[in-house]
Design a protein around this ligand. Structure first.
Ligand SMILES: [Mn+2]
Length: 328
């Protein structure tokens, strides 16, 4: 299918729908939340123009962080509660690299012929699950792709939409520090400023949000950094017992692997391995060199992600004796 028709197909599908479910991924990051909020803004606009007269809901399996509450339609996001999937005739999946990340696999598997799925995303394609797939792994964020849709539908970007689009770009590019940052990201960001986006406020909301207990946990991770010279991997490993003694939550570790990847000069990649609960070990990977694609390693471990940032989850237990770690 020629790419220029995809936008028209998306619009046609929206117009035919009565009740749309916008879904973003579990453990939502800035781009996931911004994509929901920006797309809701897009639907509001086509409603105002009387192109479409339907209903919509925003869903994310896990509760978004409160500091994103400046985003438009944020209060509409449903989380921690089951939705009635059969109520919807169109689901639009945003920023979900994998169908599992929607948290709705069961529902999607039982969907009827009258229910359609559109997948809008910038992760590498793992398995096609939608009727219309709009993916571009070179886009810095999913909001970048949503901006292209705004333009294709000839919609105006108001201040609210601009804030949401820019938030996705800022968070997924790590304030323009990650190697995936490209010309389009910067051009779009500058356009968003001209549409009224508040860059200093977005930076403050998405960066200046760490608690003292979170910083103590970061300190622990940093004090326990190791370097494997053979594989050129910088890594830190934390057992459940060690983590419990810090008085922090897992959310507090959000951002640390990106930070380490940004500031440490040695190594080809950074790995944080942590014991999530008694059975599950979680790994976060960041590439520190352009030629290293960490999603390949994550895929081998049944995980996923991007070239520069990926993660995995494995069954097992980290055991530490005399400073030697073992997974049993
Ligand atoms: Mn993203």
């Amino acid at each position: 299918m020629p790419k220029e028709n995809i936008y028209q197909n998306i619009l046609n599908r929206i117009i035919k729908s009565n009740n749309i479910l916008l879904v973003s991924h579990q453990n939502p990051d800035g781009d996931a939340i911004s994509s929901l909020c920006a797309f809701a803004e897009l639907l509001e606009q086509i409603k105002t123009k009387s192109i479409w007269v339907g209903k919509y809901s925003l869903y994310c399996q896990d509760k978004p962080a409160k500091y994103f509450d400046y985003l438009p339609n944020f209060e509409k996001i449903i989380s921690d509660k089951k939705i009635n999937f059969s109520d919807f005739d169109l689901m639009i999946s945003l920023d979900c690299g994998d169908i599992k990340r929607t948290g709705l696999v069961e529902e999607i598997n039982h969907k009827t012929d009258n229910q359609f799925i559109i997948d809008i995303d910038h992760h590498p394609l793992i398995e096609k699950f939608a009727d219309i797939t709009l993916k571009d792994k070179l886009a810095i964020s999913t909001t970048q792709i949503i901006y292209r849709i705004f333009k294709n539908f000839h919609l105006t970007i108001n201040k609210e939409a601009a804030n949401a689009i820019l938030t996705g770009i800022i968070t997924d590019s790590g304030n323009f520090l990650y190697p995936a940052t490209n010309k389009e990201a910067l051009t779009t960001a500058s356009k968003m400023l001209s549409y009224g986006a508040d860059l200093p406020y977005i930076i403050k909301q998405t960066s200046k949000n760490k608690s003292i207990s979170a910083m103590r946990a970061w300190g622990w991770i940093m004090a326990n950094l190791n370097y494997n010279k053979t594989y050129e991997i910088i890594f830190s490993i934390i057992t459940k017992k060690e983590f419990d003694s810090l008085g922090a939550s897992w959310d507090d570790l959000e951002g640390i692997v990106n930070f380490l990847g940004n500031v440490i000069q040695e190594g080809k990649m950074t790995l944080l391995l942590r014991q999530e609960n008694n059975e599950i070990i979680k790994g976060s990977l960041r590439s520190n060199k352009k030629e290293i694609d960490v999603s390949k390693l994550a895929n081998v471990l049944m995980g996923g992600g991007h070239k520069y940032a990926a993660g995995f989850s494995i069954n097992g237990k980290i055991e530490k004796t005399n400073n030697i770690y073992k997974i049993i």
